[in-house]
Design a protein. Structure first.
Length: 694
C-alpha cells in the first residue's frame, strides 16, 4: 500500500498503515493505493480538516519551589502536545539536561539555580521559559575511601572524600592501639610512619553542619615486607608435617608462635601438633583456642582467634603447667594444664581432627616460654622477619624451628640450622598454596599510652570505697553489712524484690566487704533478685580530645559469670541500654575469664566531650561479676606526619604539606638520581629538565 498526504513533510510511503504529522492547517487529503499480487490496483482518498496547532508554549511548573540539598524535585510542562520536543537545562542539578517532557532531579549544593525549558512545536516554532529554584543547605552525607588499604610504612596513602552536599572542610583522624594522628583537608595524601591497623574517621563540614563516618580497619600499615605465606588448600587435606618433632617428652617449657589468617572457624580447625590425646593446639567455631596435652585441656576465652584477619598468635607453657595465650604481642588469656608432654610420633600444621583453614606465615617453635609479665621480648621478635644474624641469635635463645614461607614451590624450608624441613602433604597446585601475606607485621610497640585513670576517675580500684550505707541487707543476719553502696559511682535501673526499695533488697553494683571490697554485680543469690535488666554503673567525666582505652579488670582469685554484661563508653550523662549499644562510642561484651585487654574498649574524641564510662549488666539466675579495677589510658592525637598534599597547606612537624595546585604549578620534581620528590626541601633538583636550587 502506497500512501501520500498533503501538508506533511513526507512523500510516498509504502506501509500497511500510515502515521504522520500534518505541518499545515486546513483541508488536507490522504490518498492510499493498494496493489494485489496480480498487480491490480485500487485507490481511495480521504479529506481531513487540520486545525491550527497551538503556539509553542514553554510554561512549566515544579513540585516544590524550594528544596533541601539531596531532595528530589520534578519539573513538568503546563501542557504536553503531540509532536512537541522538549529540552531542559538545569544548572547545578543531577542530571543537568533532559529531553523528556518530565524530569526529576536533585541538587547537591545550596543556592538559587536557573531551570530553563525550550520547546519546539510540530511546525518548528520554538519557545523558552526560565524559572528559579532555591536549594537549602544540609549537612554533608559523608563517604570516603582509603587507597591502597595495605601498605608498608613510608608508602603513599590517599584519603579521598566522596561526601555529598558540598562539604567545605574535612578532618581526618587515624587511630590504632598505639597512636592517633589527625589532619585537616578534604583530600589528603600522606606517608604513614607508625605501623598498625588503623580505624579512619572522617568528619566533613559545610555551612549547615557536619557529618562523621568511621571505617574500621580501613588502613593496614606494615613494618616490614612479609612476602608470601602458605595457604592450606584444599581445606581439609593440606598439611605440613615437620621432618623432626620439635618438642620432647616431658618438656615443661615451650612457645609456639605464628601469624595466621583463618578463612573461617569450624568446630575443630587450625590444628598444630599431633592429636588431643598427645599434643595439639586447635581452634573452635567460637574462636576459642585449646591446648591439649595428654588429653587435658587449657583454653582461651571465645573470640581469641579472629577469622578473615591477620593476627599474630603465641601460646606459652611454663611450669607448673601455666598456659598463656597472646595475640599481637599482648597476653589475652591464661589457663593451666597439669600434664607432661608424652612422646610424639609426628608434628604438623594441620591435623587429622583439626585441619588448617586459611593462610599461615612466620611459624616458630621455641624450647622456652616467653615471660608473660615482660612481653617486650616476644614483641621484639614479631614485628619483622628475622635476618640471618637474627636467626642465629634466636637459636641461642632456644629457637627450634622457623618457617618464613618465602618461597614459591616445594617443601617448607627451615631458616634455622636444625634443617627441620616441613613436608607438604595433600596440597593442590603450587600456585594456590604460596600466596601474598600482606597484612603481616602490622604491629608497633614503641608508643605508650598515658595512664589517666586517677586524673579522671574516682574510686576506681579495690578496695572500693563505700558511702557507709548498706546496699543490700536481705541476708544481713548472716553477713552483716557485707554489700555496701559504692562511692562516686552512679547506678541506674537497680532492681528490688517484691517488697520494694525500702527493704534494702537492692540488686546492682556494690562493694563486697567480705571479698576484698571488689565491685560486685550479682543475681539469684545472697539476697539479690533473679533478674537484672540494663543495670548501669558508671562515672561521667569531661575528657579532652584524644584516643582512649577504657578497661574493666577481673580479679585473679574470683570466678565470674559475665553473660549479658558489657564495658561501655558513651557520650553524655549516662550509658545506653543493651538495644542501643550501637549509639555508644564503644562497647564490648565481657569475656568469660580474661586479662584486662579482653575487657577493654577503644574510642576516639576529636574534640572535648562529656563521656560516661562503666558497665552495663543484664543478668538472669545465679550469676556474679567481680571487678578488681578500672583503667583509663590516653593517646594524644598528634598532627599527621609525612603529608604529601591536600592538608590545606599546613606545615606539620616540619613537613611542608603542599597543595595539589602548588605541585601542579611547580611541575614534577626529581632528585639528581632521577627519583621523583613529592615534597622537596632545600637542595638541588631537576625541574622541567633543568637543575634548580631550592
Amino acid at each position: 500500500m502506497e500512501w501520500t498526504a498533503t501538508g506533511t513533510d513526507g512523500g510516498t510511503i509504502v506501509a500497511s498503515t500510515l502515521t504522520t504529522t500534518f505541518k499545515q492547517a486546513g483541508k488536507q487529503e490522504v490518498k492510499v493505493v493498494a496493489t494485489d499480487v496480480k498487480g491490480k490496483t485500487q485507490e481511495n482518498t480521504l479529506s481531513i480538516d487540520v486545525a491550527e496547532a497551538p503556539k509553542a508554549d514553554a510554561s512549566f511548573k515544579m513540585t516544590k519551589q524550594q528544596v533541601t540539598a539531596g531532595e528530589r524535585v520534578t519539573f513538568m510542562p503546563v501542557q504536553v502536545y503531540d509532536g512537541t520536543t522538549y529540552k531542559w537545562t538545569l544548572d547545578g542539578a543531577s542530571p543537568r539536561t533532559s529531553d523528556q517532557p518530565y524530569v526529576t532531579v536533585s541538587y547537591d549544593a545550596t543556592g538559587t539555580y536557573d531551570v530553563t525549558l525550550e520547546v519546539t512545536d510540530a511546525n518548528g516554532q520554538k519557545a523558552t521559559s526560565t524559572q528559579q529554584i532555591g536549594v537549602k543547605g544540609v549537612a554533608p552525607k559523608v563517604s570516603f575511601d582509603v587507597s591502597p588499604a595495605i601498605v608498608m610504612k613510608g608508602d603513599d596513602v590517599t584519603l579521598t572524600n566522596h561526601s555529598l552536599y558540598n562539604p567545605q572542610h574535612g578532618q581526618w583522624t587515624l587511630v590504632n592501639a598505639q597512636t592517633a594522628v589527625q589532619c585537616e583537608g578534604l583530600d589528603v595524601s600522606f606517608r604513614p610512619e607508625v605501623p598498625g591497623i588503623y580505624d579512619v574517621i572522617f568528619k566533613a563540614t559545610n555551612d549547615v553542619g557536619s557529618g562523621k563516618v568511621t571505617m574500621n580497619r580501613a588502613l593496614v600499615v606494615c613494618n616490614a615486607d612479609s612476602k608470601t605465606g602458605l595457604s592450606f588448600m584444599p581445606e581439609g587435606s593440606a598439611k605440613v608435617e615437620l621432618s623432626k618433632v620439635p618438642l620432647t617428652k616431658g618438656q615443661g617449657y615451650f612457645t609456639i608462635d605464628w601469624w595466621m589468617r583463618p578463612n573461617s572457624l569450624r568446630a575443630a580447625c587450625n590444628g598444630i601438633g599431633e592429636s588431643k590425646s598427645t599434643f595439639e593446639l586447635m581452634t573452635t567455631a567460637t574462636g576459642k583456642m585449646c591446648l591439649y596435652i595428654g588429653g587435658k585441656c587449657a583454653q582461651s576465652s571465645d573470640g581469641f582467634v579472629i577469622a578473615n584477619e591477620w593476627h599474630h598468635y603465641a601460646v606459652t607453657c611454663s611450669s607448673p603447667g601455666i598456659v598463656c595465650f597472646f595475640r599481637d604481642g599482648e597476653k589475652q588469656d591464661y589457663s593451666s594444664v597439669i600434664q607432661q608432654i608424652p612422646e610424639l610420633s609426628t608434628f604438623s600444621l594441620g591435623t587429622d581432627d583439626a585441619p588448617m583453614m586459611g593462610t599461615v606465615d612466620e611459624f616458630r617453635v621455641w624450647n622456652f616460654a616467653f615471660n608473660d609479665q615482660q612481653p617486650e621480648k616476644l614483641q621484639g621478635y614479631i614485628s619483622k622477619p628475622l635476618d640471618e644474624a637474627g636467626v642465629a641469635a634466636a637459636q641461642n635463645e632456644g629457637l627450634q624451628v622457623y618457617y618464613k614461607f618465602d618461597q614459591s614451590s616445594g617443601n617448607v624450608a627451615d631458616a634455622t640450622s636444625n634443617a627441620n624441613t616441613g613436608v607438604r602433604k595433600g596440597f593442590g597446585p603450587d600456585g594456590d598454596a604460596w600466596t601474598s601475606s600482606k597484612g603481616v607485621f602490622a604491629l608497633c610497640f614503641d608508643n605508650k599510652a598515658e595512664d589517666v585513670t586517677e586524673k579522671y576517675l574516682a574510686n576506681y580500684k579495690a578496695p572500693f570505697a563505700n558511702t557507709g550505707e548498706v546496699f543490700n541487707d536481705v541476708y544481713g543476719f548472716l553477713y552483716g553489712s557485707r554489700f555496701m553502696t559504692l562511692s562516686y559511682w552512679k547506678l541506674d535501673n537497680v532492681a528490688y524484690d517484691e517488697y520494694g526499695k525500702d527493704t534494702k533488697s537492692n540488686t546492682g553494683a556494690a562493694a563486697d566487704n567480705m571479698i576484698a571490697n571488689y565491685l560486685v554485680i550479682s543475681t539469684g543469690q545472697d539476697g539479690f533478685v533473679n533478674v537484672l535488666t540494663d543495670h548501669k554503673v558508671y562515672q561521667t567525666v569531661e575528657l579532652p580530645k584524644g584516643a582512649y582505652v577504657f578497661s574493666a579488670n577481673y580479679p585473679g582469685d574470683k570466678a565470674v559469670q559475665p553473660d549479658g554484661c558489657y564495658v561501655v563508653a558513651a557520650e553524655g550523662d549516662s550509658l545506653p541500654g543493651t538495644n542501643y549499644l550501637a549509639e555508644a562510642l564503644a562497647s564490648r561484651a565481657l569475656g568469660e575469664k580474661s586479662a584486662s585487654l579482653q575487657n577493654s574498649v577503644f574510642f576516639v574524641l576529636t574534640e572535648p566531650a562529656k563521656v560516661s564510662l562503666g558497665l552495663l549488666a543484664s543478668m538472669t539466675g545465679k550469676q556474679a561479676l567481680y571487678i578488681k579495677s578500672f583503667a583509663l589510658k590516653c593517646y594524644d592525637i598528634t598532627p599527621m606526619n609525612g603529608v604529601i598534599n591536600g592538608c590545606n597547606g599546613i606545615k606539620l612537624d616540619g613537613v611542608g604539606a603542599e597543595t595539589p595546585a602548588d605541585i601542579n604549578a611547580a611541575g614534577n620534581v626529581y632528585d639528581l638520581s632521577g627519583r621523583r620528590v613529592m615534597v622537596p626541601g632545600k637542595g638541588i633538583y631537576i625541574i622541567a629538565g633543568k637543575k634548580v636550587a631550592r
